[in-house]
Design a binder for this molecule. Structure first.
Ligand code: APR
Length: 163
């Protein structure tokens, strides 16, 4: 776990919290697209014109985010009360992101708190799911870094990781 901006992490791959159309947006996705530059969106449009499903992830080069090599676009669920499959979809966004990291050979991967901004997922429950998914996944990734964007997120990850 690290407190900071995900576009500043010295890792092989950075995960962004994308939408299912893969068209870019605000929040962490806005920051990642701004840092990577317009080739990121162009590559998504060309490779995935129909986007991808909720709980899925796709990998592209990271362009202007170098020395980061890859951006992994993971689609978390919109929170709709928790009874619409959101927990499994959120866990899948993390494990699919790790699977894409394995596809491209990334060994260190930084993750934002997927779905906890605009998509409204309760932060505590989302953090538990993220930790459980990352700790139980079968992957060749050696370092999965949870990036806490504010002090509350850092405190939450610290507490849950200690427990
Ligand atoms: N670095 C790390 N974390 C960040 C950064 C950053 N630069 N910017 C924002 N965050 C954190 C937020 O604090 C939040 O906890 O990322 C988390 C996810 O928030 P959102 O970016 O709103 O992502 P999400 O809730 O998954 O919503 C996805 O938002 O921008 C659109 O295209 C995106 O439509 C998609 C939706």
């Amino acid at each position: 776990m690290v407190r900071g901006d995900i576009t500043r992490q010295p890792v092989d791959a950075v995960v962004t919290a994308a939408n299912a159309r893969l068209v870019g947006g605000g929040g962490v996705d806005g920051a990642v697209h701004a840092a990577a530059g317009p080739q990121l969106l162009a590559t998504l449009r060309e490779g995935w014109p129909d986007g991808c499903g909720t709980g899925a992830a796709v990998a592209t080069p990271a362009y202007g985010l170098a020395p980061v090599q890859w951006v992994i676009h993971a689609v978390g669920p919109v929170w709709r009360g928790g009874g619409h499959g959101e927990p499994a979809q959120l866990a899948s966004a993390y494990t699919e992101a790790l699977a894409r990291a394995d596809d491209v050979g990334a060994r260190s991967v930084a993750f934002p708190a997927i779905s906890t901004g605009v998509y409204g997922y309760p932060k505590e429950e989302a953090a538990r799911i993220a930790i459980r998914a990352l700790q139980s996944a079968e992957t060749a990734v050696e370092q999965a870094l949870l990036v806490a964007y504010d002090d509350a997120a850092r405190e939450r990850y610290d507490r849950l990781l200690a427990g």
